[in-house]
Design a protein around this ligand. Structure first.
Ligand code: XBP
Ligand code: MG
Length: 228
């Protein structure tokens, strides 16, 4: 069986973005006059809930249940402000691709292996990341992009990987997923994909089950092909 496509997760996999997401959430809370502040340890816990809007809701529900009700509209507004701040933080520069990502993508392109994204974050954030890290629009690097705001259920549900496969027009057994988190690994496996996981700063202590291949640094294309 030949490998036809590699499907990449974004946050934590292409780059260590979660610190910028955390700062953007906190900026949005402050701008809204709220006293919420997510420190690193707390954010590590909150990351178990994928999706920014879902994370705000989970925090309110689990940590602030004695406070006034927060509406769906207020959450959406907070998340809009967060996305703006995140884009600005990325545009400010400084964020780099994780070591080995640029090489892996270049090797895949040279071998004619197709490239795709399956992410929980929004398309706007994928665009901003590619502008910062590749100085390029995402379509010039990734043939297919499936984003969290396009599917009903975020990871660990398989929806976003299934959408990426549908857009590629490929069966799952012709592709591999590259992930950094437990939620992402389960999402990809549910979609029928083989998964390579390279834990990131926030996911280093997670359990990934026994069905994903765990790497401590980014594998080369040759290493991926050896166990495809
Ligand atoms: C990571 C996530 C996202 C980001 C924040 O997704 O769970 O929610 O933390 O992005 P992935 P949004 O690793 O699948 O890319 O606020 O846009 O949801
Ligand atoms: Mg991730």
């Amino acid at each position: 069986m030949t490998l036809s496509a590699i499907i990449f997760d974004v946050d934590g996999t292409l780059a260590e973005t979660e610190e910028l997401h955390r700062q953007a959430f906190n900026a949005a809370f402050t701008e809204a006059g709220m006293d919420w502040h997510w420190g690193r340890e707390l954010y590590g816990e909150l990351l178990k809930t994928t999706g920014g809007k879902e994370r705000i809701h989970a925090y309110h529900h689990n940590y602030k249940s004695n406070r006034a009700i927060i509406t769906r509209e207020q959450i959406a507004e907070l998340h809009r402000a967060k996305t703006l701040r995140y884009g600005e933080l990325l545009d400010g520069g400084g964020l780099e691709l994780r070591p080995g990502i640029a090489t892996l993508i270049e090797q895949a392109r040279q071998e004619g292996i197709r490239l795709a994204i399956a992410t929980t974050t929004s398309r706007a954030n994928v665009d901003a990341l590619c502008r910062t890290c590749w100085k390029s629009e995402p379509e010039r690097i990734f043939e297919v992009i499936a984003a969290g705001d396009e599917v009903p259920n975020k990871k660990p549900a398989p929806d976003v990987y299934l959408l990426a496969l549908e857009r590629l027009g490929l069966a799952a057994n012709k592709c591999v997923a590259i992930e950094d988190s437990r939620n992402g690994v389960f999402s990809a496996i549910e979609a029928g994909l083989r998964v390579h996981v390279i834990p990131s700063t926030y996911t280093a202590a997670e359990e990934f089950g026994d069905r994903a291949r765990i790497w401590q640094s980014m594998p080369t294309l040759e290493e991926i092909l050896q166990i495809f």
